[in-house]
Design a protein around this ligand. Structure first.
Ligand SMILES: [Zn+2]
Length: 474
């Protein structure tokens, strides 16, 4: 019998075959029981059963496991990972105060780098093979270089959403240093570029110039929309009237919009990035999947920011499916009815997590499904000792409601194995941990101990007690 496969077997140029997995292809082949997937170079070379493979191919025993396309996150403020968990008790107003007035005054390019490095490592570690970095703190191209440096050190697939929330988008996109930076930016399959900015209510829609810059330079735009009270139907109305709504736009959240706005997004081919943990906690409106599906708008999933909530993509899938059903139930109960059949299925969530993400990034020809000819971005969920991983009866449901990050056995990006048998290959956490520790130390000392503590624990008025006419007595 051959020796068991080890991490050291995955040498550059060597083909890899995953054997006997339950393969969720997310294409027309559906779910393949006892399926094999052959990877040569950076590409999926064959998908089927009992595949014949070239001599020297590394065999991965994927039996008892589920092989899925790598997950795609279409909106993550990766730089904020440097302060992971700091704002877990915030409301939206505290977030704005902290990032605009306090942290916004002090952070440096190395703080962007630190957060991005940790976040990028976390993405690939947990099977998120492509992440859009909604990087809205790039004050100057020097900050953007720091963001990109992290992506050069972690071999995942990334898209930099270039943004600068401390400036006006029609000004910073017109800046010659920014424009020169974009011209020099070498886009590749591993690193893409978009423009990231929001459209708050205004009379004259100055953001039009930023949309035109993006269009003229072939760049997609990602924008927060339908954040209750902040980016509303007014902005969508301006965008539509100006003709800048196209299939090149991703609308993040889109939780508090009118039917007309959803129709405009649908009619122009836009996609929505749903960040359920974020929408539920920050008061942006109800997670929009239940609404946008009425209009046929495709959704992708995202984590938003781990300064507040988790970056656990399994949590996003679970929360999205549950919130969608919860809303359907509430709507039915309002009419004195009950939901007889759940409309959203686990399979729909898996689609959002993979192909929906690929579509939102304009990469549906390259990633998002296990299809011959596509880039080999793969996630193997297999944990033979986990009670949660047996039996596997309904694979799509199993991924959404049963599996978790501890079941991430193997992660492959662009044909390169980054994690095998539950352990990353040559991607130590040390550099990211040290960079983040230095960043925390710096921010904390700049803010001062009192502001740091108050920022973490927003003051709370005592609850008003309701008079209770009933009394308990022995
Ligand atoms: Zn966001």
């Amino acid at each position: 019998m051959a020796n068991p496969t080890q991490a050291s077997d995955f040498t550059p140029g060597r083909s890899v075959v995953f054997r006997n997995a339950t393969v969720i292809t997310v294409d027309k082949a559906g779910v393949i029981p006892d399926g094999d997937v052959l990877v040569t170079g950076d590409t999926i070379a064959a998908v089927g059963t009992k595949l014949k493979v070239p001599d020297g191919t590394v065999e991965v025993d994927a039996s008892g496991g589920i092989l899925t396309p790598g997950f795609v996150d279409t909106h993550r403020h990766m730089w904020q990972t440097a302060l992971r968990g700091y704002g877990g008790d915030w409301a939206l107003s505290q977030y704005f105060v902290f990032y605009y007035l306090q942290h916004g005054e002090v952070f440096r390019p190395e703080d962007i780098y630190a957060g991005n490095l940790l976040s990028a490592l976390e993405s690939v570690d947990t099977g998120v093979t492509t992440t859009l970095d909604w990087s809205h703190a790039l004050r100057t191209p020097e900050y953007a270089d720091a963001a990109v440096k992290a992506f050069e050190e972690i071999p995942g697939r990334f898209v930099l959403g270039y943004g600068n929330y401390l400036g006006a988008p029609w000004e910073w996109t017109a800046d010659k240093d920014f424009q020169a930076w974009v011209k020099n930016f070498a886009t590749s399959d591993m690193l893409g570029l978009e423009i990231a900015f929001d459209v708050p209510d205004s009379e004259d829609f100055p953001e039009k110039a930023a949309f035109e810059y993006a269009r003229d330079n072939g760049l997609r735009v990602t924008t927060h929309a339908g954040v209750w009270g902040a980016t509303t139907d007014v902005g969508i109305g301006h965008m539509f009237d100006a003709g800048v709504m196209t299939d090149q736009i991703t609308y993040v959240h889109s939780a508090s919009l009118s039917p007309e706005s959803y129709q405009k997004i649908a009619a122009t081919g836009g996609t929505v990035s749903v960040a359920t943990e974020s929408e539920q906690s920050a008061g942006q409106g109800y997670p929009s999947t239940w609404e946008i599906r009425k209009y046929g708008i495709p959704a992708s999933l995202s984590m938003d920011t781990s300064v507040w909530w988790s970056a656990d993509y399994f949590s996003a899938m679970r929360a999205t499916l549950s919130s969608d059903r919860s809303r359907d139930h509430l709507e039915a109960h309002r009419n004195g009815e009950t939901v007889a059949v759940n409309r959203m299925r686990a399979e729909d969530v898996i689609w959002m997590a993979t192909m929906g993400g690929a579509k939102s990034l304009g990469m549906e020809d390259k990633i998002g499904s296990i299809t011959t000819g596509k880039k080999a971005d793969l996630l193997l969920l297999k944990n033979d000792q986990s009670p949660a991983m047996t039996p596997i009866l309904n694979p799509n449901v199993h991924v959404v409601y049963q599996a978790n990050t501890a079941d991430v056995h193997s992660v492959m990006v662009n044909g390169r194995m980054l994690k095998f048998d539950g352990k990353r290959i040559g991607l130590d956490i040390g550099p990211a941990r040290d960079a983040v520790a230095a960043s925390v130390e710096f921010v904390r000392s700049k803010l001062g101990e009192q502001a740091w503590e108050e920022g973490m624990h927003p003051p709370l008025e005592p609850d008003e007690e309701i008079e209770n006419p009933y009394k308990y007595a022995d």
